[in-house]
Design a protein around this ligand. Structure first.
Ligand code: PHE
Length: 468
């Protein structure tokens, strides 16, 4: 049988795929979100649960997602159509593709607004506005900025246009070129930041916060957030990685590439944490400052180090690029579907999806100013409204459920022969490990975390205890 290829084109090499998938995985999730949710959830114990989720759940799900994509070679919706027919399974499974497309647009709608913050900070650091400011001064500049809907909207618009352009250009010329140089440069700059943090008196305290688990500090909602973040940071559960897998030529090891991607992603997140928390403690800030954390801490370092505005603007430029290479993967599934089913040109499809996402993003823009409200999430007060609702809905629910469904589909619905063929690692111990993890461990782990997060596990434990 000759190999099927995607109508959208294929990656030029295995390296191109790894770079693109790593580009999708490494983004705001690692540098902006990981530190602030770690801060909100008490540090070490949260980090440990997150790392466990990446290794035990994330990695096998990533392999499932890539193999499904490569087998189907189409957008997640049509890939599911195709594989459901092949395996003679209920059509309901196609919903998995749809939920991915919706999740991608919802995530992109707020992702773009936060990427806009990073763009604004390129200029704020370069112009020296933040130089020589106290921690309070920097915090109040941030507060003033996010309360201005016009500014947020302008940056959100620019970021959406940037993404629409790259996605319009298609797989090779658009997506592939974007990642080649950005990732290594980002890594180097993060190391410079960790180097700066190392020289503050609070470096050890920062590391202790990150790496010494204290389980009394993590709540039930925190465990769910840690698991959700494992999916979010690896771009799993919504079809981005499935889409990228569909452009992957046969003969590339799915296991080896997945491990490489997960390792790079984790490394970047941990480095970001190591750069940020020492600054938090050295400046008497609170780790639980929320989504503004990196915008309130890193500028302090840039304001004091030699060539700070240069390093600062470079850092935010790279952060914007990291967000850009993730953003394109969030809308690619929707665009590919339009091209396949509505025979639209790529440019038209990308423009349509871009405009739709831009509109949805207005809700997040407003949620930091006029539409801000507080609500109760598992007994914890959260504020800033729509943004948090979207974040929790997608990262804590849609992605883990989507990822779970992919693992179950690959290991329980597709024929064992086709999965063995696609994974191409024989039928030995490695394959069996993947099989057991996706068939049994992933469903049980995700299930328990959900029930736990919804407050159902605790009463059961207490009930059982009461019996003895
Ligand atoms: N993984 C990206 C990040 O960490 C976000 C993302 C999520 C991208 C889901 C695609 C799909 O920033």
């Amino acid at each position: 049988m000759s190999e099927r290829v995607s109508i959208h084109g294929m990656w030029s090499s295995r390296l191109a795929f790894v770079l693109a998938a790593a580009g999708s995985a490494i983004g705001l999730g690692n540098i902006w979100k990981f530190p602030y949710i770690t801060g909100e959830n008490g540090g070490g114990a949260f980090v440990l649960v997150y790392l466990l989720c990446v290794a035990v759940v994330g990695l096998p799900v990533m392999m499932s997602e890539i193999l499904i994509g490569r087998r189907g070679r189409e957008s997640p919706i049509n890939t599911m159509h195709h594989l459901v027919a092949e395996a003679q399974r209920p059509r309901l499974w196609v919903l998995l593709g749809w939920s991915g497309v919706v999740a991608g647009i919802l995530i992109m709608s707020y992702y773009s607004v936060i990427a806009g913050w990073a763009m604004a900070y390129v200029f704020k650091t370069a112009s020296g506005t933040l130089t020589g400011q106290t921690a309070e001064g920097i915090a109040s500049i941030f507060g003033g900025f996010v309360a201005s809907p016009e500014k947020l909207l302008a940056w959100h618009t620019i970021f959406m246009v940037m993404n629409t352009i790259v996605v319009s250009r298609g797989v090779r010329s658009g997506l592939e070129q974007a990642v080649r140089f950005m990732m290594p440069a980002l890594l180097v700059l993060l190391l410079v930041m960790v180097g700066y943090a190392y020289n503050t008196p609070s470096f050890e305290r920062g590391l202790e916060f990150l790496f010494t688990p204290d389980f009394s500090k993590i709540s039930t909602g925190g465990v769910l957030t840690a698991m959700g973040h494992a999916f979010f940071t690896l771009s799993l559960g919504m079809g981005a990685i499935m889409m990228y897998g569909s452009y992957l030529p046969k003969g590339t090891s799915i296991a080896a590439t997945s491990i490489a991607i997960a390792l790079m992603d984790t490394l970047v997140a941990l480095l970001a944490g190591m750069a940020i928390f020492p600054l938090v403690f050295a400046n008497n800030l609170v780790p639980s400052a929320g989504p503004g954390l990196i915008f309130q801490t890193l500028p302090i370092a840039f304001g004091h180090m030699p060539y700070g505005s240069l390093f600062g603007s470079l850092f935010f430029i790279l952060l914007v690029f990291a967000a850009w290479t993730s953003g394109i993967s969030l809308i690619e599934p929707a665009v590919a579907w339009l091209v396949e089913n509505r025979s639209m040109s790529r440019v038209k499809a990308a423009t349509g999806v871009g405009i739709l996402t831009w509109f949805v993003g207005i809700a997040t823009v407003l949620s930091f100013s006029e539409w801000a409200f507080s609500f109760n999430f598992f007994g914890e007060m959260k504020s800033s409204g729509v943004f948090d609702v979207l974040d929790i809905l997608t990262a804590n629910f849609m992605l883990p459920l989507g990822g779970l469904a992919m693992a179950v589909f690959a290991s329980r619905c597709m024929s064992r022969a086709s999965v063995v063929d696609e994974l191409d690692m024989g039928d030995g111990i490695l394959f069996r490990a993947w099989y057991v993890l996706t068939r049994h461990v992933t469903p049980v782990a995700v299930g328990i975390v959900f029930l736990h997060g919804l407050g159902i596990v605790q009463p059961v434990i207490e009930f059982v205890r009461g019996l003895f």
